[in-house]
Write a protein that binds this ligand. Structure first.
Ligand code: ATP
Ligand code: MG
Length: 247
């Protein structure tokens, strides 16, 4: 199972909207998906109440200590994707979710305040060595403001822009607000619209990123197990030689 967390200290940057949009985009791409709500504000639960379709299930987990065991249970049950929405600020539940994630997505509007607010989330993701990416959300269609915001985020992460900035940028459009109000995801509300297209492409970026992480982790595991094997053989050879010398 892959676990994606949407987190940033700044309120209103689009965590819940993106969580819903991505959940449906992933479902349409064939994944089984659960939305985990760790924000007592209840944006996802309220959204689900306005909806006639029960899939994806929204599961509230507000206690930090319950996050890891529940994610493990969901993984054991065969679920393919958990998307965790978090509250603004940096609560114990958010830290626990980031710690157990495969990818921490940090949404930011292209404003100084939003970008500054990404720092604390970024440091948690780094402290737990979790992969992360910024999502620039509610952007104008184009302009210098976006380029500046993207450059500052890359600088903050001290990494190449292509490695940390999710693509595409998500433009500010009414479809996002109208779909939330209707209990729909943007790809259900206006499947042929530009917003739905952007969210689907964002999901594809995430999917590629998750695959890369899985491949990298698998390679690391293979190297570790090969090194273990070599150490084991060397250890056995050494103990054989010691026995031969002793006899
Ligand atoms: N790309 C977008 N275009 C237009 N409106 C958007 C977009 N993304 C989010 N919004 C709107 O911005 C508002 C805040 O979004 P949302 O509730 O997803 O943010 P949040 O980060 O979850 O906020 P909170 O920190 O309060 O949980 C909502 O009204 C939402 O519909
Ligand atoms: Mg929210």
């Amino acid at each position: 199972m892959h676990t994606i967390v949407l987190a940033t200290q700044k309120g209103g940057s689009g965590k819940s909207t993106l969580a819903i949009g991505l959940a449906l985009a992933a479902r349409q791409a064939g994944f089984t998906v659960r939305l985990i709500e760790t924000d007592p504000q209840g944006t996802l639960s309220n959204w689900q109440r306005r909806r006639s379709n029960e899939d994806p299930v929204v599961e509230p987990i507000y206690h930090a200590a319950h996050i890891e065991p529940r994610l493990k249970m969901l993984a054991d049950s065969g679920l393919q994707l958990a998307i965790v929405d978090t509250a603004a600020g940096l609560s114990a539940a958010t830290t626990a979710a980031i710690r157990h994630s495969d990818l921490c997505l940090i949404p930011a509007r292209p404003s100084v305040a939003d970008i500054e607010a990404t720092v604390s989330t970024l440091s948690v993701a780094r402290a737990w060595k979790r992969p992360y990416g910024f999502v620039l959300n509610q952007t104008p269609i184009r302009g210098q403001r976006i380029d500046n915001a993207a450059d500052v985020l890359a600088e903050e992460a001290s990494l190449d822009l292509a490695d940390v900035l999710a693509r595409p940028l998500i433009v500010m459009r009414n479809d996002h607000q109208d779909s939330l109000a209707a209990g729909l995801a943007v790809s259900e509300f206006a499947p042929n619209g530009k917003s739905a297209d952007e969210i689907r492409r964002l999901w594809r970026w995430i999917e590629t990123r998750l695959d890369l992480e899985v491949t990298t982790n698998r390679l690391i595991d293979q190297v570790i197990s090969a090194a273990d094997g070599m150490l084991h053989v060397a250890g056995e050879r050494a103990s054989g030689e010691i026995t031969a010398l002793a006899s």
